[in-house]
Design a protein around this ligand. Structure first.
Ligand code: ADP
Ligand code: ZN
Ligand code: ZN
Length: 714
């Protein structure tokens, strides 16, 4: 007898073919079983989702149904919880469950036959853990603040928001949470997430040092997109089969199959990289919270500058809060010395000065003392644009509505959006004027300028003697341009750590996470832009970034006394900088949340964006407008839908901030509701409307469209 089974396969996002297909097999396979199935002319990886009632009752034409080709023996079926997590993610983020599920599995699994999988599994037979009696490597005694936070985390169901200053010892709290967990049971597993691949090696080392001696080297694995496919498969299998007790990873790790999952840590939970920018645009932080509830695993979100969403969720229970807020204001090993924040009023500095006189003086002093400085500018390249003073020509990208950036090092004009690169013209392409000049400033130009300003400074011979006749100052730059090659970031960071660098110039890449011991001065040279951005989240991001950057200063307790954060600004009285001066995230958050409440912005409302790409703005607009009109004219008349449609506002389509990239026009439309539930229901119904609009004349010429639920950039 043949059994009918529903199998998930990967189909394109908006394909007419559903992603759940019917197959037959001689035995009944458990839901979650991995299989190979024929699809068209190929064979592909599939996941048995459940028994197929429709097929069994004869609704599917038996003549057309194919058989499952093979079962990936040796890989235990994915759990019901895992299926539920993926089902939820697909539904919430408006994608097909097949797409989301198959994307959550290691890529290599998709290419392997059942036989190859067998062979692989034999090769990676689990190594038994070493003697469980070995002591854990030197765990420090917790500070009073840490101990209290840990107690509270243990005592409460969670989710917990660990609001701790940079250097307050959050990671140590995570480590000890994990430790208690591992001691509790031989199958317990923990998932620890960090926003960036760059941060995983540091973290992995700390976890490995702590836990490998007792639980074995195989007990800690990483999962991120920077690893090779075989590595990723190996680690995924270790998590799935429970040999890995601790999984460290970036946002994709939220989908790791972990049968013993009991704890999820989301470090730097405010970081935008937890939100995926393609495919299903999921938030790994939000899914972690959902997953914690689903699997009864404790969730700990940690940050020195929490997202305003999480901050709001952690308000007192009496006011409706759902997370437990835990505060660790002090830095470990120091008497509460946070870096002094200095604002330099650029209105009183020489016009066009890039470095104010007092900042430059302060940098010189640090160098003389053998300390390091970090200068931070959120724009890479040399100049933002090349400009002709005679005719007004600017280095626009011919394919995008953006300027190409001047990179002096290879004398190119590079578009940061489509990648279009050309050599710098000798003269103005419009009028022939040979005198074309860079306008604006990126990190490359900043580095050059700083080298000129400091050309007379000599570094001390050693960090203990203040000898002025040593070598010239060493300035290094770290940004996306200097770290393109594999391994370059590591070597550049090593140079900073070893003291070979006096001043480090860079983008936000250097502001996050790195533990630079000898940096005592951090400067943001031109951060004002975000104060006037049209993106309502820009101030939140700026505050987070500046406070993170400040946290880079004075990590070494012996140097912490004179750690300083400098901000050059034309708006010295701005409340954001005032709050920064006091390292006062709560006041900043309160101001921002008040503004958001008044404007009904998230977290006081729920949003989604529909984006469309086409050859012309008219086409993209036409498609979005058709879907918008249909909501009012059709959906509102569906049986029982009037109330849901009434709770949702669909705003008219507008061109996106950068409206053309690589000759493709982009438009978007905002959908908003005071009720997340209403928005979710609306979107689920609207999907079919969007599909219909895409098939109608209004959708002709639309290249792509996608829904982004809880978008981060509006
Ligand atoms: P955070 O994650 O909050 O930035 P970390 O956990 O990295 O802070 O701690 C900052 C530094 O303090 C690290 O070098 C860490 O090893 C050290 N540290 C943390 N907790 C303690 C403790 N209880 N005793 C001694 N050193 C500690
Ligand atoms: Zn010109
Ligand atoms: Zn371009």
């Amino acid at each position: 007898m043949m059994h009918w089974l529903c199998v998930l396969v990967q189909t394109p996002a908006h394909a007419s073919l559903g992603s759940v297909l019917s197959y037959q097999y001689p035995t009944l396979l458990a839901p979650g079983t991995l299989v190979r199935v024929p699809l068209g002319k190929r064979e592909t990886l599939g996941v048995v989702w459940d028994a197929d009632a429709a097929g069994a009752t004869g609704e599917v034409d038996p003549g057309k149904v194919k058989q499952i080709a093979s079962v990936l023996e040796g890989i235990a079926p994915l759990s019901a919880h895992w299926q539920q997590l993926l089902g939820f993610a697909a539904q919430y983020y408006q994608r097909s469950v097949g797409e989301v599920t198959l994307a959550a599995l290691p890529p290599q699994l998709r290419e392997m036959s059942a036989v190859q999988v067998q062979r692989r599994l034999k090769r990676t037979a689990p190594t038994p853990p070493p003697d469980g009696e070995t002591a854990l490597a030197n765990a420090p005694t917790l500070t009073a603040e840490q101990a209290q936070a840990l107690d509270q985390i243990q005592a409460h169901a969670g989710p917990c928001l660990l609001f701790g200053a940079t250097g307050s010892g959050k990671t140590e709290v995570y480590l000890q949470c994990v430790q208690t967990l591992l001691e509790r049971g031989p199958h317990a597993q923990a998932l620890v997430m960090v926003p960036e691949i760059n941060l995983t090696p540091q973290l992995e080392q700390r976890f490995r040092e702590r836990f490998a001696p007792r639980y074995g080297a195989a007990s800690v694995v990483s999962l991120h997109s920077g690893m090779t496919n075989p590595q990723r498969l190996k680690n995924w299998l270790a998590a799935h089969h429970g040999t890995a007790r601790i999984v460290l990873g970036t946002r994709m790790a939220v989908f790791a199959s972990m049968p013993g999952l009991q704890l999820i840590v989301v470090d730097e939970e405010h970081d935008p990289s937890y939100k995926s920018g393609e495919g299903a645009r999921y938030s790994a932080r939000d899914l972690a919270v959902y997953r914690g509830r689903l699997e009864n695993a404790k969730v700990v979100l940690g940050s020195a500058t929490p997202s305003l969403e999480s901050w709001h969720h952690s308000r007192p229970v009496e006011e409706g809060g759902r997370y437990l807020r835990l505060h660790m204001p002090g830095r470990v090993g120091q008497t509460d010395k946070l870096p002094l924040v200095r604002r330099v009023d650029m209105n009183h500095q020489p016009r066009n000065a890039v470095f104010s006189i007092p900042l430059l003086e302060a940098i010189r002093e640090r160098i003389a003392r053998g300390e390091q400085c970090m200068v931070f500018l959120n724009r890479r390249g040399y100049a933002t644009v090349l400009h002709c003073g005679d005719c007004g020509w600017k280095s626009e990208c011919p394919h995008c509505s953006a300027f190409r950036v001047f990179h002096k090092i290879d004398r190119t004009l590079r578009c940061h959006h489509c990648g279009f690169t050309e050599r710098v013209p000798r003269a103005c392409p419009a009028c022939g004027n040979p005198d074309i000049a860079p306008l604006g400033r990126g990190t490359e130009r900043l580095e050059e300028h700083l080298a000129e300003l400091l050309s007379d400074v000599r570094r001390p011979n050693s960090i203990t003697t203040e000898c002025p006749n040593g070598e010239p100052v060493r300035i290094a730059r770290i940004d996306a341009d200097t770290t393109r090659l594999k391994g370059t970031l590591e070597s550049q960071l090593a140079a900073v750590h070893s003291g070979d660098v006096d001043v480090l110039v860079g983008t936000q890449m250097i502001a996050k996470g790195h533990d630079f011991r000898r940096i005592t001065l951090v400067a943001a040279v031109n951060p004002d832009g975000a104060l006037f951005s049209s993106d309502f989240r820009a101030p939140e991001r700026l505050f987070g970034l500046l406070l993170q950057a400040a946290g880079r200063a004075g990590r070494d307790a012996s140097l912490g006394d004179n750690a300083e954060m400098w901000v050059q600004t034309f708006q010295p009285a701005h409340p954001l900088y005032a709050a920064l001066k006091g390292h006062d995230y709560p006041t900043f958050a309160q101001q921002q949340l008040q503004e958001r409440a008044q404007a009904s912005l998230p977290p006081f409302s729920a949003q989604a964006l529909v984006r469309a790409e086409a050859k012309t703005q008219e086409i993209a607009h036409g498609f979005l407008e058709a879907a918008r009109n249909a909501a009012a004219s059709e959906m509102a008349h569906w049986d029982g839908w009037a109330d849901i449609v009434a709770q949702v506002t669909v705003y008219p389509p507008i061109p996106m901030g950068i409206q053309r990239i690589a000759n493709i026009e982009r438009a978007q439309m905002l959908v908003e509701s005071a009720s997340r539930n209403a928005l979710q229901q609306f979107l689920s119904g609207w999907q079919s409307v969007l599909h219909t609009a895409r098939q109608s004349p209004a959708g002709k010429g639309v290249i792509r469209w996608a829904v982004d639920v809880d978008p981060l950039a509006i």
